[in-house]
Design a protein around this ligand. Structure first.
Ligand code: ADP
Ligand code: MG
Length: 238
């Protein structure tokens, strides 16, 4: 049985169908990329999973629990966005520990977990810095650590690198991949950048107009695109 199983996810805005019967599964520890052009429904799909948007139809099962009727905070799903959305008045440690504090976890326990996460994202020397004192890449590493702190079952990353410079983007994508593998974290990573998708995924789901039009390993998608759309999008088309 799949760790994550989306069935028939359907979403409309006004009269417009934005997600059209999307099915998607993920195994535990899998890194899945949703790849598709702007407006195809990637963010909306993540928002449905995290509970920020409700569905017209469909079901979302995570670790054998149906999520659709649960509030976002009950879903054990973490999310990282393109904009870092850190708390500007809290330093790095307090940003990372925020979710644990809200859960009423003891200070010493929080301290220990925050220290571990600081090491994981290589920011131990910045633990007392404030967000405005950090680079974009460092801020995004804090955002990642902050999401990981509450030990979600699933992490959703919505174009987390797209506000960063090309070089930092490449480094950080490998860091995210390494972190994901090390922790065995199940992740859905949204991007419109085909190179990014090819580099970090176990499996790529190509989306167009509210549907998943092809899914497969990076190699399968690259070498055997099933339609002209996929071929063009993945850049393997002359
Ligand atoms: P992507 O993340 O792939 O760029 P989105 O999921 O943001 O795409 O958007 C999919 C479609 O849904 C777009 O046509 C967008 O304009 C529309 N949409 C997204 N959010 C809303 C909203 N809150 N109200 C109305 N339309 C929306
Ligand atoms: Mg989006």
């Amino acid at each position: 049985m799949s760790y994550l199983k989306l069935t028939g996810i359907t979403k409309k805005f006004g009269g417009t169908l934005v997600l059209n019967q999307v099915d998607l599964t993920a195994s535990k520890g899998e890194m899945i990329t949703l790849l598709g052009p702007s407006g195809c429904g990637k963010s909306t799909l993540l928002r449905c999973i995290s509970g920020l948007t409700d569905l017209e139809a469909g079901s979302i099962a995570l670790d054998e629990r149906e999520l659709t009727s649960l509030a976002p905070r009950e879903r054990e799903v973490g999310m990282v966005f393109q904009s870092y959305a850190l708390f500007p008045n809290l330093n790095v440690m307090d940003n990372i520990g925020y979710g644990l504090k809200m859960k009423g976890i003891k200070k010493e326990v929080i301290r220990g977990r925050v220290d571990e996460l600081l090491k994981l994202v290589d920011l131990t020397d910045k633990s007392h810095a404030y967000p405005h004192e950090l680079s974009g890449g460092q801020q995004q590493r804090v955002a990642l650590a902050r999401s990981l702190a509450v030990q979600p079952k699933l992490m959703l990353l919505d174009e987390p690198l797209s506000a960063l410079d090309a070089k930092i983007r490449k480094n950080l994508r490998m860091e995210i991949r390494q972190l994901q593998q090390k922790m065995g974290m199940t992740m859905i990573f949204v991007t419109h950048d085909q190179e990014e998708a090819l580099m970090i995924s176990d499996r790529i789901c190509v989306m167009n107009q509210g549907r998943i039009v092809q899914e497969g390993s990076p190699e399968q998608i690259y070498t055997a695109p099933r339609s002209e759309f996929v071929a063009r999008f993945i850049g393997n088309y002359n």
